[in-house]
Design a protein around this ligand. Structure first.
Ligand SMILES: Cc1ncc(COP(=O)(O)O)c(C=O)c1O
Length: 462
């Protein structure tokens, strides 16, 4: 049994271990697709042939009637919110554990996110907690397929239909995953996906895709994408905005790359599954590590491999937070990169604590809004999951990562767990703070003052 690296022993995963580092994988076909646009000299247009082709191919891939391409996943999600007719002061239910953009895409339309705690086993919105958050202002549920696992759509639709709410799917992390045989992107009444280069379906830069079967939603989202105008191929442009709009058009270069990647996407997804399941099989044999739970009716994209630690099953007398923090430091020293994913429930981020949205308290204090409380203690399951979970180096689930490399990583976990007494000793010596306390360095008032004076300083500096 070799010494832990943190105590001067050799690393479990040597520095020179071959681990797939490049993502996206760029093939000659991708380069040809990009060159096709460069050679054409035609780099622009809402209805550029490359964009239209991507839209039709992705609609076919997801089995949806309509697809629109955007210049980011956030833009696509904002257009989902706008497209379904959400207005200022309307409320959208969003899981407390997600990437910020699920919530801010709601605020981009002056609407208000109301957070719901998560299921501690799947890390997705707890459908049993949705109903208690519904008010007369609630218009939609943002179901996030978080880390790559589709949400509980059947249960979510039951609540949504009862209360006449729209289901918006944030599938940004879950491209290629399925729920009851249906693909991510087809699970909400409308859905947004991200094709930024780190995502399972990547472009050569930022990008996003919106899908729906509802023509009205599609048409409004299309206007939002193009300055609020109705611009149709072959028709004279009126230069007249019918609604508030943005410039959310995708570059044809990005569209060309996503199209090219889409051709290989099925193969990449099955390879990600294989790696994800292989890792789970290996790690589940280590008492104290809880791999991500995937219900039988769905598949996971393994965009983020998020696992939980449990001191009790490991047989150690230490708190979950300390155990997680110790494993974080010790695994890293062994050459296994792990990190906290989110550090706080989304409502714990300063934006929500200080309510510095558009300024002057908006959207919460706008005449249609409401001063929604954002107390992180209201999301105990989210807090506990953050406290006890780590995200594994994304490269281990890349399609081109070999099982030999994965085995080395799993052996590294095994090595660390053979030294549990040292892990406990290390954990007891940590100056432990909860992850969300680490970011709350300034009180909301101080943060606000700091921000304001900084902004003024920058303004008057010249
Ligand atoms: C859950 C979730 N929603 C939305 C987004 C936003 O996508 P983008 O970065 O393409 O704007 C992301 C991406 O990073 C995400 O992970």
């Amino acid at each position: 049994m070799s010494k832990l690296a943190i105590n001067g022993g050799p690393r479990a995963v040597p520095e020179d271990l071959e681990i797939a580092a490049d993502w996206p994988i760029v093939t000659d076909e991708d380069k040809k697709a990009l060159k096709r646009i460069i050679d054409s000299g035609d780099f622009w247009g809402k209805d550029h042939s490359e964009t239209v082709a991507l839209e039709s191919e992705y609609a076919e891939f997801t089995g949806m009637d309509h697809c629109l391409a955007f210049n980011s996943g956030t833009a696509a999600l904002h257009a989902c919110v706008a497209g379904v007719g959400i207005e200022p002061g309307d409320e959208v239910l969003v899981p407390a554990l997600t990437f910020l953009a699920s919530a801010t895409s709601v605020m981009h339309h002056n609407a208000i996110p109301v957070f719901v705690d998560i299921d501690p086993d799947t890390y997705i919105i707890d459908h049993t907690k949705i109903e208690e958050k519904i008010t007369a202002r609630t218009k939609a549920i943002m179901a996030v397929d978080y880390h790559g696992l589709p949400a509980d759509y059947d249960e979510i639709y039951k609540v949504a239909r009862k209360h006449n709410l729209v289901v918006i799917e944030d599938g940004a992390q879950a491209g290629g995953a399925t729920y009851k045989g249906k693909k991510v992107g087809s699970l909400g009444d409308i859905s947004g996906a991200s094709t930024m280069p780190l995502k399972p379906l990547p472009g050569a830069g930022e990008g996003g895709l919106l899908c729906t079967n509802n023509k009205d939603y599609r048409d409004l989202a299309d206007m939002v994408r193009m300055f609020g105008e109705v611009v149709e191929k072959g028709k004279k442009r009126e230069y007249n905005a019918y609604t508030m709009g943005w410039n959310y058009r995708i570059s044809p270069l990005i569209a060309a790359m996503v199209r090219s990647q889409l051709k290989r996407f099925d193969g990449y997804i099955s390879a990600r599954h294989k790696n994800g399941e292989y890792i789970s099989k290996g790690l589940s044999e280590i008492p104290g590590i809880i791999p991500p739970f995937v219900p039988e009716d769905r598949t996971h994209s393994y965009y983020i491999y998020y696992f939980k630690v449990d001191p009790e099953t490991a047989g150690v007398d230490i708190s979950g937070g300390r155990f997680r923090q110790a494993l974080h430091d010790i695994l890293r020293a062994e050459g296994i990169f792990v990190r906290l994913s989110q550090h706080t429930p989304v409502p714990g981020q300063s934006l929500f604590q200080v309510k510095r949205g558009y300024g002057k308290g908006c959207p919460w204090t706008c005449p249609h809004g409401r001063d929604v409380p954002y107390n992180i203690e209201d999301y105990p399951k989210t807090l506990d999951v953050i406290r006890r979970s780590l995200a594994l180096d994304v490269r281990f689930t890349y399609p081109h990562t070999s099982t030999k490399t994965v085995d080395k990583m799993i052996d590294g976990f095994g090595k660390v767990f053979e030294h549990l007494d040292e892990v406990v000793k290390y954990a007891k010596g940590i100056d432990y703070k909860e992850p969300w306390e680490e970011i709350a360095k300034l009180s909301p008032v101080e943060q606000h003052e700091e921000y304001v004076s900084e902004a003024l300083y920058l303004h008057f500096r010249e």
